[in-house]
Design a protein around this ligand. Sequence first.
Ligand code: NAD
Ligand code: UD1
Length: 353
Amino acid sequence: MTQHPLTILVTGGAGYIGSHACVELLQAGYQVVVIDNLCNSKPEALTRIEYITGKTLRFYHQDLRDKTALAAIFATETIDAVMHFAGLKAVGESCQKPQLYYDNNVYGSLSLFEAMAAAKVKNLIFSSSATVYQETDQRQYSENHPLGAINPYGRTKAMIEEILRDLANADTEINAENPWKIILLRYFNPIGAHESGMIGEDPDGIPNNLLPYISQVAIGKLAQLSVFGNDYPTPDGTGIRDYIHVVDLVKGHLKALAALTTEHFNNGGCKAYNLGGGHGYSVMEIIHAFERVLGRPIQYSIAPRRAGDLAEYFANPKLALNELNWQVEKTLHDMVADTWNWQTKNPYGYNSP
Ligand code: NAD
Ligand code: UD1
């Protein structure tokens, strides 16, 4: 990779996190090529990325599993590095349709890696997840915490991580000229939206995750929030997570991209980093932060615990600070205020008039 990579291929660039990555990349002077099959996103997101940045990107409406299409894209574009966001991400759906998740996420990724290798593009940032970590008594996860995903979605992430480690290991032995340089980024709980309020999370149907759910209660689309359990061994009894602003998260990707060009990665390799704030917030703290932004109460009631939920976990983010020079900058207020700004400006997501 040249010192300043010019063109970044963003898979899943029309999605929630990918669209924010496109904005940061374009603003930092990179050229952006997006591949997305739009199975969970709208082309309007791409229009808005261009509006926010005043720059254009090149879009391919393609599925990663289409090897012919991928080969054609790599033949047309001169790609320096890939940020791989494309994938299905709903834990519940992955339990109902495991084959779909293994096919889309694992086979789709293999297809991408094959096209990359054929085109000799071997710089990669992969969207992994804290869900790859095993549940233990420890509440704070470092990168060397044992791995052990507990649902098909999590296992697709763990498998792709394994594949990438194997690719990097095999490669440094046989090809030191242009080795795979791979960073796995394990996200904690991304929330928030771009400060413009023009791009954000646009879930289909009733949201599963806390922040989109609260936003829809706040705007009156849903009657009330169910707080899943208030009898956890946490200070207020509700679950604690490490929420991270999506813009902080994607800035971590740009730092990771820069790290691939440092001598640390001269001989290639595959390394994982946590992207989290290192601080947990409870469901009640999130509700109260939202109420402060709104200036009125959020309707909620206490419901039974949700199956599969842990009481509390959060990142140890020191490795990313020490080696990528990255840490979160946004506050809980920023995360909640930006979520609300996006929701009020786009009550029906990208379908809003
Ligand atoms: P998203 O659904 O908004 O974006 C994913 C994008 O990938 C969508 O635009 C979708 O249309 C596209 N896509 C899916 N399968 C594809 C395929 N086979 N070919 C081409 N395009 C395809 O999700 P997101 O929240 O932006 O997540 C991005 C990545 O980060 C995912 O890999 C997800 O698993 C991972 N991740 C997300 C979270 C989170 O809370 N959002 C947490 C941890 C990890
Ligand atoms: C979920 C996924 C995880 C994914 C993450 C991305 C599951 C089991 N895990 O994690 O794989 O990486 O999203 O952000 O789906 N809560 C409520 N009421 C609600 C919704 C949530 O009380 O209506 C609580 C939950 O019990 C939890 C917290 O809010 O304590 C956060 O939940 P959520 O946003 O769904 O994220 P995770 O469960 O951490």
